[in-house]
Structures are given as C-alpha cells and as structure tokens.
Design a protein around this ligand. Structure first.
Ligand code: FES
Length: 166
C-alpha cells in the first residue's frame, strides 16, 4: 500500500530537496532522516516513496538505508537505546552495560544478528542495539536513549536510567 505522507512532512521534504539543485540523489540521506523521525523506522513503503519523490529506483534508496547503521529497518520500542561498543567504551564496560540494560528492560537479545540488530522488550516499551562510536570516547561507557546522551553510565545504574523513560 502506498505511503500517505502528512502534508507538513511533504512540504518540509519539498523544501529540503531545493537544497540539492544539481543532483536530487544527494537528498536521499536527509529525506531518510526525516522519514525515520516521522515513522521511527524505514519501511519498504518509505523507501518506495522516497525513490518516487526523487525519480530514483528503490534500490538506490535502499542501498543508503542498509549502508548507514543509523537507519532502522524494523520497528523500535517507545524508547530506543543505543550502546556504544567501540574500543574505549568496550574497555570501560559497554558490554556489561548492555547486559544490565537488557535485564532492567526485560529484553532478550538472543535472536539479534547483523541483519536484525534491534531487540525489543516484551512490552514494546524499550528497544536496544549496539552502536559504533558515539563520539565521547573519554567518557565511556556511553549510551543514547532516543536523542539523550548519557556518559559514564555504570552498568549498576541501568535500572535507574530507564526510570527516566516511562
Ligand atoms: S568509543 Fe564510545 S563514544 Fe567513542
């Protein structure tokens, strides 16, 4: 079924496209960010819609979605958590933090793999995934909940952290 994009979002998208007068293809990235912000993840319908909007083949949009780990292809929970697993954070305890967050949020990560990196809690409230460097390497372990940045998060503080997101 074709995606029905709200008029306000489409107006914003039309405005963004004007920033790329030479090649509309360059607008794929900002358009995907807008779509993910609106729908929480990038559906096949969204890929087709963006492709049609820019006069591209869907595969030209999908290749961008799959290249950047910041784009999600499955539905997250109400609060999406990203835990940095790059070296500094890994050494500071990010794997332990991931375990603690999963325990506190009742998330089972046993089915997670490269193609399905997101795990969602049984009640749908939280989802989680590992992320690469979140650019605050001196303050690991670092995680983000939605757009909030949290540094030096002790694994023991996982439950307390989640209380902020209800
Ligand atoms: S290694 Fe985690 S923020 Fe850079």
């Amino acid at each position: 079924m074709a995606l029905e994009v709200p008029a306000a979002l489409e107006a914003k998208i039309d405005e963004v496209i004007t920033h790329y007068p030479v090649s509309k293809r360059s607008a794929v990235l900002p358009l995907l960010h807008l779509m993910q912000h609106e729908y929480r993840y990038i559906t096949d319908d969204a890929v087709n819609w963006v492709a049609a909007k820019l006069g591209l083949q869907p595969i030209q949009v999908l290749e961008v979605v799959t290249f950047y780990p910041g784009f999600r292809q499955s539905a997250p929970g109400k609060f999406h958590i990203r835990v940095c697993r790059t070296l500094s954070c890994a050494m500071a305890g990010s794997y332990e933090l991931m375990e603690s967050l999963c325990k506190a949020a009742d998330i089972d990560r046993s089915h997670v793999d490269h193609h399905h990196p997101i795990a969602v809690s049984a009640d749908g409230k939280y989802s989680i995934e590992f992320a690469e460097c979140l650019a605050s390497c001196g303050f690991g372990p670092v995680c983000m909940v939605e757009d909030d940045f949290h540094e030096s998060v002790k694994p023991q503080a996982a439950a307390e952290l989640l209380k902020q997101y209800q």
